[in-house]
Design a binder for this molecule. Sequence first.
Ligand SMILES: Nc1ncnc2c1ncn2[C@@H]1O[C@H](COP(=O)(O)OP(=O)(O)OP(=O)(O)O)[C@@H](O)[C@H]1O
Ligand SMILES: [Mg+2]
Length: 269
Amino acid sequence: MPTTFEDLDRGIRQKEMEAVLSRLGRKYLIFSGKGGVGKTTLTVNLAWSLARAGYRVGLLDVDLHGPDLAGALYLDAQLTADDQGRLIPIEVIPGLWVLTIQHLLTDERQAIMWRGPRKTRAIGQFLGETAWPKLDYFFIDSPPGTGDETLTTAHHIKDLKAILTLTGHRLAIADAYKAISCLKQAKTEIIGLVENQSSLICPACGQSVPFHDPENIQILAQKTNLKILARLPFDPKAALLAEKAQKPLVEAAPESSLAILTRELALSL
Ligand SMILES: Nc1ncnc2c1ncn2[C@@H]1O[C@H](COP(=O)(O)OP(=O)(O)OP(=O)(O)O)[C@@H](O)[C@H]1O
Ligand SMILES: [Mg+2]
């Protein structure tokens, strides 16, 4: 049964949501203070790594205004619902299911004009009225900052663990403090920081060149009492291979240090 934006505009059934959430395994929110720091890339590559390792993994996009999961997975599909009106996540590879509002858009360039309550209801449906299979891991890709989408997700999922993604740039660090403070107020556990683009892997010689002062993130970690979970390099060669293969980089460039570090992080979660 095809589904529409109007179908998303319904109330949230809390009990139904709790029953669904209890089957989704370990739940991780990938969030950031600043935009463009690599949340979607990290989310997709963590989920893909765990699915390839034999786990059952769900991927949800709560970035309602700038959904990117379908694009990051090179996945062109149409969202449908079952006979009970539940959305059906799309199985991308064996063991990996994705749900993104991108699969409801008839025109990729169409903007989604939603305000608070409607967004809240849509996220409620993504979590509670979706035919998620039983999972080991559930990853949520969020928009930058701590708006409705992130806070609604944090509100609904009591056992949510959050991973802050950032670069070592001064402004990304400044915004990270605010995002951390906001999730702490929402009583969501933050398990640590992932510094993306901490160094540049030179495509010509393979040498690693530092991007930002490594002390920036160490100071943040100390002041907020958070662990640095990983420091991932900026790897243009791996990114290009991924683009060419139309696959996430852990699949397209599995031997790159970026892929190796991402897989290690995934398996530590
Ligand atoms: N470590 C990396 N090496 C190479 N390219 C990267 C790396 N991390 C991210 N990128 C590239 O940087 C761009 C931005 O990444 P991404 O879309 O994941 O950021 P985002 O935080 O999700 O952005 P937004 O806040 O807009 O949702 C993408 O083109 C992605 O391919
Ligand atoms: Mg994104």
